[in-house]
Design a protein. Structure first.
Ligand SMILES: Cc1cc2nc3c(=O)[nH]c(=O)nc-3n(C[C@H](O)[C@H](O)[C@H](O)COP(=O)(O)OP(=O)(O)OC[C@H]3O[C@@H](n4cnc5c(N)ncnc54)[C@H](O)[C@@H]3O)c2cc1C
Length: 422
């Protein structure tokens, strides 16, 4: 019998690869459901995603592919992203939004107009050079400190460039005069009409379920002999392997890789995240999809409001929010303490009226949420990708390839890996 192509992981990358490979592939998924990070969780009548999870398209081919899968079950929405800063609430991005507040305009505008706009130095210096020191100190530094849980001065220049976007001074002058700028492509997004982002992986699951093995964790791999072993102790031989699981995990599982290659997992850094879902006694009047928080006294860096994406996420007479709290991925987060702090801080920040409004909570942990795009990590990633490819293992997806990829890119990588084997 011909050996199958084995796909590890049924997140969007693994599902896209399986969809393309049809009966040639078998998928092993550790958890009890498909979707990975882009899954929708259900809890006592409430549904929630892991933070904002909305679809943006740059690639027409992927957009058409998703359209085919989802049919008419999705809609285009105008993004309502906000920033809570210095007691004010303004639209995202901050370098435009602050003009909506007189207090913030007084604090940031002159400083920003005088900023040299050069990309020199470490993260802190670069932020001050681009946006002026007031905006760097009040937003870019504390927000990124919270998100990355890592000294920003140690982040390399490449990394800083990616997270500190340029903003033409002429645009700022036009905005300050009251003109409006054309909306960029990310001002809109696509989202399922009736439920969460997990609708997409569920639609793929319906087509592929006979070839997806849930609760089946790949525990070890022998790249020389071409087999994987799963948590039940069963061995499965493959012709090729597509891995969408975090790159450090595939290295750890590959028992016959030289120690020097497996040790390179240490060069791949990431930040983990706890997602705290709070169900509320009443709907919120806030119409934001998500709100960023830079205040270092508030433990979360972002809150999202599920009902504002789709009515079906929350019972009609209730409300809910999801808070994101980062942690270093080599540590274990204390979930109970984080949940309690999130509850207090949602009240302190004014998102929730009082603790008595919170009727229940749920928490999900993601050990690798954002990978650190450092030069060292990227070099390791490229070399490892080459080594694994020569052992018939293709990498796909945000954590498989170990890059800052969105859902569209994860789908594209899954499809491309499958096409490479077709
Ligand atoms: C907080 C947050 C917000 C985001 N927001 C957006 C957004 O708004 N828009 C956007 O486009 N993208 C967003 N993304 C990115 C998006 O979630 C990812 O690009 C995409 O979901 C990655 O899919 P994947 O298949 O590559 O990985 P995953 O979803 O991680 O899938 C990997 C799968 O492998 C399984 N697995 C792991 N180990 C094993 C094992 N040993 N054996 C078997 N199975 C295993 C996991 O359970 C998982 O199901 C966001 C990401 C995060 C963290």
């Amino acid at each position: 019998m011909r050996k199958p192509i084995i796909i590890i992981g049924a997140g969007l990358a693994g599902l896209a690869a399986a969809y393309k490979l049809k009966e040639k592939a078998e998928v092993f998924e550790a958890s009890d459901a498909v979707g990975g990070v882009a899954r929708t969780y259900k809890c006592k009548g409430f549904s929630y995603d892991l933070g904002p999870h909305v679809l943006y398209f740059r690639n027409e081919r992927i957009r058409r592919w998703v359209e085919r899968i989802l049919g008419s079950k999705w809609e285009k929405q105008v993004r309502r992203a906000r920033i809570a800063i210095n007691g004010e609430r303004v639209d995202y991005p901050i370098q435009e939004g602050f003009l909506q507040s007189e207090k913030l305009t007084r604090r940031f505008l002159d400083d920003l107009l005088k900023a040299p706009q050069t990309r020199k130095g470490n993260f802190k210096e670069m932020a001050a050079n681009l946006y002026g020191s007031a905006l760097a100190e009040d937003f870019f530094m504390p927000y990124n400190d919270k998100l990355w849980c890592h000294p920003l001065d140690e982040m390399d220049k490449e990394w800083a460039q990616r997270f500190l976007p340029s903003f033409p001074r002429d645009d700022l002058k036009r905005l300050a005069k009251g003109e409006t700028l054309p909306r960029g492509p990310n001002a809109y997004f696509f989202y399922p009409e009736k439920s969460g982002i997990g609708t997409l992986s569920q639609a793929l699951w319906e087509e592929l379920s006979n070839r997806i093995h849930l609760s089946t964790k790949v525990t070890s791999i022998n790249t020389e002999e071409g087999w994987v072993e799963t948590n039940s102790g069963t061995r499965h031989h493959y012709s090729y392997l597509i891995s969408t699981i975090p790159l450090p995990e595939i290295l750890r599982a590959s028992v016959d890789l030289p120690e020097s290659d497996r040790n390179r997992a240490k060069e791949l850094r990431s930040v983990g995240m706890v997602f705290v879902h709070l169900s509320l006694a009443h709907p919120l009047s806030d119409d934001s999809h998500w709100v960023y928080f830079s205040d270092p006294e508030i433990c979360f860096h972002r809150i999202s409001i599920p009902r504002n994406y789709s009515d079906g996420m929350t019972p009609p007479d209730r409300g809910s929010i999801v808070a994101e709290v980062s942690f270093p991925s080599d540590k274990n987060p204390d979930i109970q303490t984080i949940v309690e702090k999130v509850k207090m801080d949602t009240v302190k920040s004014g998102m929730v009226g009082g603790l008595e409004d919170i009727i229940s909570h749920d928490a999900q942990v993601l050990r690798h949420a954002y990978v650190f795009p450092t030069m060292k990590g990227e070099k390791a990633r490229e070399e490892l990708r080459w080594i694994l490819k020569h052992r018939d293992i293709l990498l796909a997806g945000r954590y498989g390839v170990w890059e800052y990829a969105n859902m569209e890119r994860a789908l594209e990588q899954g499809i491309k890996a499958a096409e490479a084997l077709c």
